[in-house]
Design a binder for this molecule. Structure first.
Ligand code: FHN
Length: 591
């Protein structure tokens, strides 16, 4: 199982391909590309947002001419998100366009894709109608399209739209409105027309973008979404025209914030970003089943069912919707491992629909050590991935009286006893995990659940304290993101720029006194001495080496003498203060 905690640890072992990709400048550039990530307010409950708000889980599909290349050009592999192969491998326009003559996805089966999405528990599909390469996967007046330029000759978007409708799934299009690498005037496209005259963005917009958006909005029946991407520096007037067009032709369609200028209906987070704390309003995280969005022959870094569910549940618990991508290959088939893990996850969702659909966010505001919590009115669903071995599931901070508690499995419901110990509720559970990948305990509270959100330190489960939740003085708390190949973004909150006396302070609620092995996750340069102190006077100081990637280092044993609220302070005593970047502290209860 690859929990998100483990993933963070694993980041430490990854090799950074190019330091430029980690630079803040590059990350800022992505901010520009993803655009103003605010969204329009005022979408009410009975309107077009209903599917998005209640469905919480959709399928994203990146499929295009690049899928035929599958990450390989003239015998060389591009190790990055596959749909960028044209640009990253500098494939000349005429050679790229000629690929269309070989693109014949005869195994494409819209009904099969819809079956997978439906059985996976997804409530809508959004597919790339045109990506940055400029190739239209639908019948268009522009000749560079799948119906007119390939031997395939079918309109797969029509087939998929119909299949979704038939199966009762929402359907939407991704459209790259700003970048078009093969159309004169498109961003990053040719600067000149074939006759040598200069090409303008306005020209690209009028002749291709606007016309094609009209086509996708009028040829495929009602759409639930129009998902524009990478607005970059597109002038506002063009975005306004697209928004007007979508509103007029597809009044039920939701627009994501990547249309630009805050004109979307909901916020789209950064690629592959599951936020650590709850976010208000309508928002989505788009993620992918492996590293690439589109099919790449070498990419076997699949998320298994556990990881898919972990990320889905975490997103829903933070208040968002999860849009999970698959990249069908050049023949039109979803890769088998993606299918298998999605369907496995779907079986679990099918057993626990109320954990996902129309579920509210966790009153804790963040993940808990063993998993996460979603809600339906006064019912809390505790989704337990890391099942405690000692028959006690500990829940910190629930202030509202509990009416009933039960373990819910496919076989039925088993009542659970509980006791209150200070701010903690201890549920008496079987030592064996009742269900995999996650067990669900449903708690009915007597009234709307009220919670003290203080982070818990658990006596029977490892606890990771992210710096996201620390008060920081004399150092800088900042979100970092980077990619290790190209386009597969990693996100972390870290504390850097340590001044003398700088510190990160967590307030925690310790369930039981005891001994804990403490680890720190950080990166930097050379040896570093860190100090960890508690408000009880316990202190741990130790030296460890560092690396240019995040790595988790053991620091030693720390003792809590009394249960209850404590503060934990981490400071850098010696080491390169500029380079030191702390991301988390972890507590392992000692036997
Ligand atoms: O550049 C694209 C990328 O290829 C992919 O489509 C993702 C999906 O969110 N959007 C852009 C980068 O953010």
């Amino acid at each position: 199982m690859r929990s998100m905690h483990n993933q963070t640890t694993q980041l430490g072992f990854a090799i950074l391909a190019a330091t430029i990709l980690t630079s803040p400048v590059f990350a800022q550039r992505m901010d520009k590309l993803w655009g103003d990530r605010t969204a329009q307010a005022g979408v009410g409950p009975s309107d077009r947002s209903a599917l998005f708000r209640d469905g919480n889980y959709g399928m994203f599909i990146h499929w295009g001419l690049y899928s035929h290349l599958g990450g390989k050009w003239k015998g060389r592999t591009f190790y990055g998100i596959g749909e960028w192969i044209k640009r990253q491998m500098n494939i000349p326009d005429d050679e790229y366009k000629a690929v269309a003559k070989e693109f014949n996805p005869t195994q494409f089966n819209a009904r099969e894709i819809v079956r997978v999405a439906k059985e996976a528990g997804m409530r809508w599909i959004i597919i790339t109608a045109k990506h940055h390469d400029g190739f239209a996967m639908f019948k268009s007046k522009h000749p560079f399209n799948i119906v007119d330029a390939t031997p395939f000759g079918r309109d797969p978007m029509k087939e998929l739209a119909d299949a979704c409708r038939e199966a009762g799934l929402g359907f939407g299009f991704y459209y790259s409105h700003n970048q078009d690498w093969t159309e004169p005037g498109g961003t990053r496209g040719p600067r000149k027309n074939p006759d040598g005259t200069p090409a303008s963005f306005e020209q690209y917009f009028r002749r291709k973008c606007y016309q094609q958006v009209k086509e996708i909005c009028t040829q495929y029946g009602p759409l639930s979404f129009v998902w524009f991407d990478t607005p970059g520096r597109i002038p506002k007037k063009f975005v306004e025209q697209l928004v007007k067009l979508v509103r007029e032709t597809q009044p039920q369609a939701m627009l994501c914030s990547r249309v630009g200028y805050g004109l979307g209906d909901y916020q789209s987070k950064g690629d592959m970003e599951v936020p650590p704390r709850n976010i208000e309003g309508l928002w989505e995280t788009c993620d992918t089943t492996n590293d690439s969005w589109s099919y790449a022959w070498y990419d076997q870094n699949w998320k298994d069912a556990t990881e898919i569910l972990h990320r889905l549940v975490a997103t829903v618990a933070r208040g968002g919707a999860y849009l999970l991508n698959v990249g069908p290959d050049g023949k039109g088939r979803i890769p088998t491992p993606a299918k298998q893990y999605l369907l496995e996850a779907g079986q679990w969702i099918n057993r626990h629909p109320s954990v996902i659909y129309a579920a509210g966010p966790s009153p804790w505001g963040h993940a808990l050590a063993w998993g996460d919590v979603t809600t339906q009115n006064d019912t809390l669903s505790l989704v337990v991935f890391d099942w405690p071995q000692d028959g006690r599931l500990l829940l910190p901070g629930l202030k509202t009286p509990i009416e009933s508690a039960r373990i819910v499995t496919a076989a039925g419901e088993t009542p659970v006893e509980w006791e209150r110990h200070g701010a903690w509720t201890v549920f008496r559970v079987p030592c064996a995990k009742p269900e995999t990948p996650a067990a669900v305990i449903e708690i009915q509270t007597e009234e709307t659940p009220q919670v003290d959100q203080t982070l818990g330190v658990y006596p029977n489960t490892d606890t990771t304290l992210l710096v996201e939740f620390a008060e920081v003085t004399g150092a800088e708390k900042k979100q970092l993101r980077w990619m290790e190949k190209f386009g597969e973004w990693k996100h972390i909150t870290q504390v850097g720029q340590w001044q003398d006396g700088g510190k990160a302070v967590w307030t925690v609620n310790v369930a039981e006194p005891g001994d804990y092995m403490v680890e720190l996750t950080y990166k930097g340069e050379g040896r570093m001495v860190w100090r960890i102190e508690t408000d009880e006077g316990a202190m741990l100081q130790n030296q460890q080496n560092s690396a240019t990637v995040y790595h988790t280092y053991p620091f030693g044993r720390l003792v809590f003498a009394k249960p209850g609220k404590h503060t934990l302070t981490v400071s850098l005593i010696e080491g390169d203060r500029e380079q030191a970047s702390l991301s988390a502290m972890c507590f392992h209860p000692m036997e």
